[in-house]
Structures are given as structure tokens and as C-alpha cells.
Unconditional design. Sequence first.
Length: 138
Amino acid sequence: MKSFRKELWFHTDKRVEFINITPEVQQCVNESGVREGMVLVNAMHITASVFINDDESGLHHDFEAWLERLAPHTPVTQYHHNVGEDNADGHMKRQLMGREVVVAVTGGKLDFGPWEQIFYGEFDGRRKKRVLVKIIGE
């Protein structure tokens, strides 16, 4: 069995942003040489997320609005965590959107359902953060 590990690095210009990372993950599968197996894609920061959904701008806008209603950024004084910080909402948004995804690899390709894509979700951006890609298989 083969094992492959790579870190993908991101720096967002905005506090909240969704980035389609499917091409980067597929490139990792290509580099790994794995034809049949599994890929784990994991946000390595506690105010970021990795999730699977549709790459449609209206949906991404709706995600951002929904998350802001559930865990509003302001007023920052509403959160105990924000003593000296301002990112409690980012921790909660990450909890809602998830930490990681696992995708099957079949014939050397990510094995998705219709419209599925992998996204990096940033909820406390404007600095460098990473995503772990771990692939195992034959």
C-alpha cells in the first residue's frame, strides 16, 4: 500500500472565504500514484474548514449569510473566548462546516457524486493557513 502526504497553503484576503481546492487535491492524487484508495483532506487550523458541496456562487453567499446568522462576528463582546481575541465566531463556524472530508479514489480520480467539489472554508482569514492531504491506497 502507498501512502502520500502533502500540505496545501492558503492566504485569504478576506476574513471569510470559500476556495474550491478540488484541482489541488486531484493533483495530489496524481502525484501519489494511487489508483484505488482514499484521500483525507483536513483543515489544520481551528477557524477553518474543509467540506464538500456545489461550486455555485449563490450557494456560497447563502452559506456565509447562514453562518453569520448562527455565529455572528459582532459584537465580539458576546463571546467569552474573545477576551483579547476576536475569532470566537470562526471557531463556531468551523464546527458547523466540518474539519475534514474523505473521498474515494477510483481509477486515479476523485470519485464524486454529481456537482460535488472540495472546498476550503476560511472564517478568520488574512493570514497563512494550511490543509493536510493524506492519501492511502494501491
